[in-house]
Structures are given as C-alpha cells and as structure tokens.
Design a protein around this ligand. Structure first.
Ligand SMILES: Cc1cc2nc3c(=O)[nH]c(=O)nc-3n(C[C@H](O)[C@H](O)[C@H](O)COP(=O)(O)OP(=O)(O)OC[C@H]3O[C@@H](n4cnc5c(N)ncnc54)[C@H](O)[C@@H]3O)c2cc1C
Length: 397
C-alpha cells in the first residue's frame, strides 16, 4: 500500500509504493537487484533536506538510517570512512573523539554525509571548496545490485562525477573522506548597515576563513558572520557592532539550529559577479517584494572545484540565496529574482527550488556529457532514474 513521504520543508510530497530501510549492505543490494529485475525505480533519501524532486519515486524509496556511524579512521593519514546514513552532526562528534574534523560545514548539520555528496553541499569561505571535494573513496550498490568499491587514485573520472552525484550513480553505503586534525573556531557576528558591509566585502572575505552575511530587507541591516582559527582573521570591525563572540570546536560553532522551516532558492555565481548581482537583487526585493518577504538573503563564497556537476565547477563562486517561510507562497518572489541570477551565468543549487529544465542545465556545466557517461557506466538500465532525472539527463535507461 502506498505510504506518504514529505521533505523537511513540506513543499515536496509523494507516495512511493514502499519505504525500505535495509539493515545491511547485502540486504540493500538484494533490494536493488529485485527492483532492477522488475523494472522498478529505486531512489535513496538522506535526511530529506532537499526540495527538488530528486528522491521522488512511484516505487521504492530507500533510507540508510540503519547504516550509520564512523566505520574506520586513520588519524595519521587523516582519512575517515563514514557510513552513508550518518548525519553530519553524528559524524562531527564521532570524528572529534578521534581527533579529526571536516574542512567546512554548511548552515546546519542535519544532512547525511551521502546527502551532502548528493547535491554538493557547501559552506562559506573563499579558499574552501564544497564539502564533498574531500571524497576519496566510496562503496556503493550499482544499478544492477552489485556492491562495488571505488578509490580516487584508481578512477578520478568516477570521483569527479561522484562528488555531486544526485543519487544517480548508485546507492553509497560508505564514504571515505580526507580530514583535518580537529580544530577550534572563533565565531563572531556583527551587525551593520548593508552599504558598510558591501564597501568592506572584499576585505572581509579575504581576511576571514569563513565569512558570510545575511541581509534583512525590511531594515536594510546585515548580520556578518566571521569564523577563524583563534588569533587569526579580521581585527575588530570599526563599522559594525559585535553581537556574538564564541570559540569552540568547529562542529559546535559552525552550524545553527533551525527550528523555523523555510523554502529556499540559491544560485552559484562567478565570484566577480557576486557584489553586482547582490545589489540588483537588493534593489528588486526592495522595489517589489519587501511587503511579503521578511526573510533574509544570504551571501556566501565557495572555492572552485572540478566536480562535473558542482555549482563551483571551474570557477571561484559566490552564492546568493532567497528564503521564504515554509507554507507561504514563494513562486512569485523566487521566479521574479531567478532571471537576475541567470543573467550572471548562475547555476541553481541542486537541492533547492529553481525552474531550470534540461536544456538550460546542460549549458551551465561544461562536463555535463562526462557526468552522463559515468552515470550510464554505473546504471545503464536506469534503475535509479526517476521521471525528474530522466528529463534532466535525457536518458530513457
Ligand atoms: C535548513 C537547511 C539548511 C541547509 N543549508 C545548506 C547549506 O548551508 N549549504 C548547502 O549547500 N545546502 C544547504 N541545504 C541543502 C542541503 O544541504 C542539501 O539539500 C542536501 O543534499 C541534503 O542532504 P540530505 O541528507 O537531506 O539528502 P536528501 O535531501 O535526502 O537527498 C539529496 C540527494 O542525495 C542523494 N542521496 C542521499 N543518500 C544517498 C546515498 N546513500 N547514496 C547516494 N545518493 C544519496 C539523494 O538521492 C538526493 O539526490 C540546506 C537545506 C536545509 C533544509
């Protein structure tokens, strides 16, 4: 009997025939083998924090909630292997216990490690690439139900595809990642007028390990966040008031708790276009949407990488994101601003709202065909292709 499923914000709902949570890799492989044999579509879900129909399937939705935890680590080699269903929060505390940490985090830590690889989750920091940039090994179940292992040193082409994979290459069961020795960060938050922030933006982004800002459309104020290894980063900001100053382990001070649910559109823009694009977004929001939109606009930076479907593929990047409270209409607002992002060559975040179709998406990624080739290698019959991914990749399986 169909069961209902909903994502974190509630904006994506569907009824798969079944939701399965295999307890072992072998059980997962058997499930995929049967689905492949019967021509049924299997999609894997992490914490359900994406709001595009990536995980939607009429047939089998798989959760790896029973495959969690730190599998192994090598503190000297600074690598760790983490089971795919582990949340970032769980991974951070297990890693801290053995003296390791990831290089960056996004805004929250509820996502699973595999889900982060699914859409190329990023934090902020001019020198810091997307979180899955550090992926060096993968175990997965492919589209025929075979368990396979990949190492970055043997198959770099696979890894350039796997680092942002949309769950289209296979179901990862564990992921090996490069780590840093555990580190502390000093997090400071500053309040100022948006013009003061923009005037100093380049310096702020250069001086601080992590730096971003939220702009509040109704007051025209911003909250700037800087995070640094203690003793490093900007000195006091003469143009802003410091409203928070805490120091702690990276996993404790980087992410925030988010009780209030929202929907979001985020675009990845060439770094040099970021400030001009933001100014246009600000003008448009003030002219047209200020009455309806109380939520802030978030501005971050990400270093370039070489993952085929990464938003930061081949270019240093600025991301700008729009938010609207879950349950309130977001279409008019998001759809009105989206052309501004596209004007600057923006690429949409794979896990957040956008309206782009296959023909638009393929033009944005120079290595689109390389990704498709790896996808066909791992899942030639399209067991993992739902209608949404079939439309995007133009593959009938
Ligand atoms: C409150 C909130 C804050 C956020 N903050 C940020 C942020 O700071 N930066 C940012 O970039 N994004 C952010 N996001 C987006 C979020 O990081 C991504 O949508 C992420 O992919 C969600 O992870 P998940 O575990 O929920 O995966 P899901 O959303 O469940 O799945 C995402 C993709 O991963 C695939 N996948 C999941 N598990 C596996 C597996 N085992 N093997 C293969 N593929 C798999 C799925 O099939 C799907 O394609 C945020 C979202 C929310 C709701």
């Amino acid at each position: 009997m169909p069961v209902s499923w909903s994502n974190w914000s509630g904006s994506l709902q569907f009824e798969p025939q079944e939701i399965r949570s295999p307890a072992t890799e072998e059980e997962l492989a058997e499930l995929v083998r049967r689905a492949a044999h019967d021509g049924r579509c299997v999609r894997v879900v992490g914490s359900g924090h994406s709001s595009t129909p990536l995980v939607q399937t009429p047939h089998t939705l798989v959760s790896l909630e029973k495959l969690r935890g730190l599998e192994s680590f090598e503190a000297s080699g600074r690598e760790a292997t983490i089971r795919a269903g582990t949340t970032l929060k769980e991974a951070n505390s297990a890693l801290l216990e053995v003296g390791l940490a990831v290089h960056n985090l996004g805004d929250v830590d509820f996502q699973t490690v595999a889900g982060v690889v699914g859409t190329g989750t990023h934090g902020t920091g001019r020198t810091l690439p997307i979180i899955p940039d550090v992926l060096t090994g993968v175990r997965l179940v492919d589209g025929s139900g075979e368990i396979r292992e990949f190492r970055a040193e043997d198959d770099p082409d696979f890894f350039r595809a796997a680092r942002v994979c949309l769950g289209a290459l296979g179901i990862f069961t564990s992921l090996r990642m490069r780590m840093l020795p555990a580190y502390q960060l000093r997090r400071r938050e500053w309040c100022t007028h948006v013009e003061d922030c923009l005037e100093n933006l380049d310096r702020l982004m250069n001086e601080n390990r992590n730096c971003d800002f939220y702009w509040y459309p109704r007051s025209d104020l911003v909250k700037i966040r800087t995070l640094n290894i203690p003793g490093q980063g900007s000195a006091d900001l003469p143009f802003a008031r410091c409203i928070q100053d805490i120091t702690g382990w990276m996993g404790d001070v980087l992410p925030k708790q988010r009780e209030l649910r929202f929907d979001e559109m985020e675009y990845w823009l060439p770094a040099e276009a970021g400030p001009e694009c933001f100014r246009k977004v600000r003008r448009r929001v003030k002219e047209t949407h200020r009455r309806d939109v109380a939520w802030r606009v978030l501005y971050r930076s990400v270093a370039a990488d070489d993952a085929y479907l990464s938003g930061a593929h081949g270019r240093d990047t600025v991301t700008i994101s729009l938010h609207q409270n879950a349950g309130l209409p977001f279409d008019d607002y998001f759809n009105d601003i989206e052309p501004l992002f596209r004007h600057y060559g923006g690429r949409p975040h794979w896990g957040k709202k956008h309206t782009l179709k296959a023909k638009d998406l393929m033009r944005l990624y120079p290595k689109w065909e390389d990704f498709r080739a790896v996808r066909r290698r791992l899942d030639p019959d399209g067991t993992f292709l739902n209608p949404y991914l079939r439309r995007i990749f133009g593959d009938g399986g």
